[in-house]
Write a protein that binds this ligand. Structure first.
Ligand SMILES: *[C@@H]1O[C@H](CO)[C@@H](O)[C@H](O)[C@H]1NC(C)=O
Ligand SMILES: *[C@@H]1O[C@H](CO)[C@@H](O)[C@H](O)[C@H]1NC(C)=O
Ligand SMILES: *[C@@H]1O[C@H](CO)[C@@H](O)[C@H](O)[C@H]1NC(C)=O
Length: 323
């Protein structure tokens, strides 16, 4: 397996410590169209993620020990009289039609799965979506309504808080999480990303947190991983002491981050070859006729990025059993 080592070492002052990051691009056999929803599977030491914008939806994995990457097509087609149907069980469905998609899913530490939905136009003016939870015991519950998009969700089990990235609104919200019922309440915006007037040049995509409550989100279109320190957490005082640090990446189309690796100190970030306009859901770089395409492309587009540092630790994900 060949590795393109793209090593930029950024020196950043963090509480008087010098933190350095090494960014490595791990090529996928088929570069991801839009890689998202990464999950670190600690038991098998592998990183799993999804790519649903290709001709066929795929799930992909990166084996940490062997450094092998592999993707499998998800076969969801079931012909009534066919003997070759691959879906053996539909666990649940929600307003199932062609214009309703499921986005980033994350489990809380009890193994309850949370996920949102979005429409064809993604952030388009009518975006008004709901977040759901699912466990075999509780079934599907609606836990939050009336936001634009949920492209990142992270839990802090120590403080019983849930954090929520509304990409379309450029905001991170904090919610109270009830461990027993799974309900989320008291949603409040704790951070808003700066956007220049006019067409924004990036979208914050995905969300994960480290044990110091720093937030990480991919800058889709902006070519960096954004690390956000929120001043006045829990809704006090707002953004005054907040800061954003950029960890530059070799591809502009950065996707969703998650912590992983044996020490939980690596940050894995998916990336994309497809540049989606989040306001229309249409591609900005596939149909070259209608774009005077000047968007910088890189051979690292659609690869998986591994960002190594050894100071901050992430919160391990939880594997769930759906049936
Ligand atoms: C998508 O899946 C179909 C049916 O399984 C298969 O025939 C086709 O080759 C796949 N396309 C790609 C790009 O893998
Ligand atoms: C969004 O949908 C919810 C119901 O799912 C509704 O109560 C709310 O009024 C809607 N908000 C907007 C802005 O349309
Ligand atoms: C994990 O941490 C140990 C102890 O600090 C260190 O020796 C080792 O190199 C680390 N492994 C990785 C993969 O970062």
């Amino acid at each position: 397996m060949q590795f393109f080592i793209f090593s930029i070492v950024l020196l950043v002052t963090l509480q008087k410590e010098v933190l350095s990051y090494k960014v490595t691009s791990i090529p996928m056999d088929v570069p991801s169209k839009v890689g998202y929803s990464p999950h670190w599977d600690a038991e098998y030491e592998r990183l799993l993620f999804a790519d649903q914008y290709g001709q066929n939806a795929t799930i992909c994995q990166f084996d940490y020990r062997t450094c092998k990457t592999f993707c499998a097509t998800v076969v969801v087609k079931w012909e009534k009289d066919s003997k070759t149907a691959c879906v053996t069980k539909e666990i649940f469905s929600l307003n199932a039609d062609d214009s309703n998609y499921m986005d980033t899913a994350t489990a809380d530490c009890t193994g309850r799965l949370y996920f949102g939905t979005y429409g064809t136009e993604i952030c388009g003016s009518t975006a008004n979506n709901s977040l759901y939870s699912y466990s075999p015991k509780e079934g599907v519950q609606e836990v939050l309504t009336g936001y634009k998009s949920c492209f990142g969700l992270a839990f802090n089990a120590d403080t019983n808080k849930c954090y929520f990235m509304d990409t379309c609104s450029y905001s991170i919200s904090e919610l109270d999480w009830c461990r027993k019922t799974g309900k989320l309440s008291n949603s409040r915006v704790i951070f808003k990303f700066d956007v220049a007037p006019g067409a924004p040049s990036y979208m914050p995509f995905g969300l994960c947190i480290d044990s110091m409550n720093n937030f990480y989100s991919g800058s889709y279109g902006g070519g960096s991983l954004l690390k956000v320190k929120v001043g006045g957490l829990s809704g006090e005082k707002g953004d005054k002491c907040s800061s954003v640090e950029e960890i530059h990446t070799p591809t502009m189309l950065i996707g969703c981050p998650t912590f992983g690796g044996p020490n939980m100190t690596d940050i894995f970030v998916t990336s994309s070859t497809l540049f989606l306009d989040f306001n229309t859901g249409k591609s900005l770089n596939e149909n070259l006729e209608c774009t005077k395409n000047t968007f910088p492309q890189a051979k690292e587009d659609g690869s998986l990025l591994k960002i190594e540092q050894n100071v901050l630790k992430g919160v391990a994900g939880t594997s769930v059993s759906l049936c």
